[in-house]
Design a protein around this ligand. Sequence first.
Ligand SMILES: [Zn+2]
Ligand SMILES: [Zn+2]
Length: 225
Amino acid sequence: MSAGTQRRSIRKGTLRIEALVVPPFSNNVYILYEDGADDAFLIDVAMGSRAILGRVKELRVKPSLIINTHGHTDHTAEDRILRDETRAKLAIHELDAYRLALEDEASIELGIVKEPIEPDIQLVSDQELKLGNKTILRVIHTPGHTEGSICLYCKEENQLFTGDTLFQNGYGRVDGLGSDSEAMKGSLKKLLEFPPSTDVYPGHGGFTTIHSEMWLKEINSDSSE
Ligand SMILES: [Zn+2]
Ligand SMILES: [Zn+2]
């Protein structure tokens, strides 16, 4: 494990979620796998390649898919390293795919050299991604923070990975390239339709549930729709 990396192991039925917090932006990185299966999904690898590679080796799982919840560099910086090392496919929503070839402010400020990379899979809303023997992750398109931001929902275990769309007590910035505050409002309303008990795993900060984020209801009732 790299210095500065924190880790939590979560079990939901046969689904296993390894959550790592990696520097320098305190990104939450998730390794998903199933008991009794060897393939794994990596959600938002950030700058966590060393920690991720160490952990997948310990767990004896093989990443088959790297999923970016959106194209910001703090979430995607080490996509290429991880893809090269694991031969996993790289996936991002089709509307954020262009960002993998862009430098953004975060990378320029930090002097991160990010080589352009082409995703292997351009995701669309409601696409289903199969992990292990029975786990299905559904792509939920939640534009607002970026055009192609997604959440990933595991219906069977009621687990939701929200990237920079929904945080504990808040939501992602809507003042960047491709941000749209009205779209964000619509996306947050969409998340309110998930069962209240849904566990929420954001791209930064603590975990939460839909039920704990009562302010989402206010967004809903403010709307004229
Ligand atoms: Zn972001
Ligand atoms: Zn972020």
